[in-house]
Design a protein around this ligand. Structure first.
Ligand code: GTP
Ligand code: MG
Length: 424
């Protein structure tokens, strides 16, 4: 995992499919044209879903393909044939992926549980064929409805590692060494700072059970403000249930481990209240080195309430006692929580809204969702269709709004493609 690019945040564009247009057609027999309406409905556009999948481990795939568009619905056919539905798009992401709306930054959803399938964007509805507009008085409707067109949206996918335990501490204190001793993970270990560049996850088997430990790059002072590498990775451990705070208790690099402990805790608190509030076990590492025992005694005296375990990750000593302590603590903690979403939904145009404004020529221009909707349903040179159009303008209050805006008899009114003289 260490040499691999760890992709944990990507921006993609998604779009549900547009609805197919309804068909406007009439049955035709030999020598008997236009017997009756037979235009079928347009198909609905495909939808965009997101699925949490435990077999997906990163967001790498989304880096190379940025656009995910669902299929458009097919146009309705003659003989009352409905158009085919557009194909759905299903985005598979690792469990614990947050989906944000790129524009507002709001959380749309949290793909959390394996197999969970969430509808992100619904496809546009297909338009009705002319058959559907037949009424007692209208036997031959010569118009059909257009399909609903939908907009693309930019999303940010952000992977949050879901681990039970986060390993935090200064660089070089032995976090990766510890992970390699207690799990099958094989992170890179070396005697220099920032050996670990991206989080490593390891599954720790504990008798019948298991838990997941995340090893993140070392933190330094100012990490919460972006110093070093730590800041980017603190969010990975925000959702862990507890922290193993690893200390080089022998102070092999000349720092006082008690100072280290204070500094890291200050960084956690500066990053978020949530991180600061996570229960901790102090892991007093490098106990095989000179000076460790004295410092361990000082630590215990200074922090009598903090559970502390002495270990030598290098030699594997004390690992069992540490796992016992971690397991005991985990048993008292609630399971990892799901991130609350902001109850955000992509804005569907409020279909009945409209606005009246004036253009350069003095004409009154009506714009908004209502206009889009009306224009979808109107065929310019068809009297039935125009009658419907007039009726809708009246019932939806457009005429009233025009009068209020100062529109007088004979003034030009523009509604989408339709232009007419105002008659009160
Ligand atoms: N003597 C001794 N050395 C240790 C012990 N644990 C780790 N080390 C050494 O400390 C050095 C750093 O170990 P890492 O596990 O890479 O430390 P880290 O905390 O992951 O470091 P970063 O990834 O840079 O934050 C390596 O040379 C290890 O061999 C220990 O218990 N005793
Ligand atoms: Mg490391």
């Amino acid at each position: 995992m260490d040499n691999k690019v760890f992709t944990d945040k990507v921006r993609i564009t998604v779009k549900a499919g547009d609805g197919g247009d309804g068909m406007n057609s009439f049955k035709a027999y030999k020598g008997k044209p236009a017997c009756g309406p037979d235009g079928g409905d347009g198909g609905d556009g495909g939808s965009v879903y997101i699925v949490a999948d435990e077999n997906v481990h990163d967001l790498l795939a989304y880096r190379f393909t940025g656009k995910y568009f669902a299929g458009n619905g097919e146009r309705g056919g003659t003989n009352q044939c409905a158009g085919k539905r557009g194909a759905d798009v299903v985005l598979k992401v690792p469990c614990g992926t947050l989906v944000r709306d790129a524009e507002s930054g709001k959380i749309v959803c949290d793909a959390y549980e394996n197999g969970e399938k969430i509808l992100l964007l619904a496809g546009g509805r297909g338009g009705k064929g002319n058959v559907r507009f037949t009424t007692a008085r209208r036997h031959a409707p010569n118009f059909a409805q257009k399909g609903v067109h939908v907009k693309p949206h930019a999303l940010i996918l952000e992977m949050k590692v879901i681990a039970d335990v986060g390993l935090v501490g200064f660089p070089n204190v032995g976090k990766s060494t510890l992970l390699s001793k207690i799990s099958a993970a094989r992170p890179k270990i070396a005697d220099y700072h920032f050996t670990t560049l991206s989080p490593n996850l390891g599954v720790v088997r504990y008798y019948e059970g298991s838990f997941v430990v995340a090893d993140i790059p070392g933190l330094i002072e100012g990490a919460a403000d972006g110093a070093g590498l730590g800041h980017d990775f603190l969010r990975h451990i925000e959702r862990t249930r507890m922290i193993c705070h690893v200390l080089d208790i022998a102070g092999t690099e000349g720092r006082d481990p008690l100072d280290d402990y204070e500094k890291i805790n200050l960084e956690l608190a500066a990053y978020s209240q949530k991180l600061a509030a996570l229960p901790q076990i102090a892991v007093l590492n490098k106990c095989d080195c000179a000076g460790a025992q004295e410092n361990a005694a000082r630590f215990r005296a200074a922090h009598p309430d903090v559970p502390a375990v002495e270990i030598s990750a290098l030699r594997g000593e004390g690992a069992r006692a540490l796992l016992d302590a971690v397991w005991k603590l985990l048993e008292t903690l609630p399971p990892a929580e799901k991130i609350a979403s902001d109850e955000f939904a992509f804005e569907e145009e409020d279909t009945w809204q409209f606005e009246v404004s004036r253009d350069g020529t003095g004409a009154f221009v009506v714009t908004g969702g209502l206009v889009d909707l009306l224009c979808r349903n109107v065929v310019l040179n068809n009297p039935d269709s125009m009658a419907y159009f007039q009726r809708m303008l009246k019932t939806r209050g457009v005429f009233k709004a025009l009068a209020e805006a100062g529109c007088k008899e004979g003034d030009t009114v523009v509604v989408g493609d339709v232009e007419f003289d105002y008659i009160p």
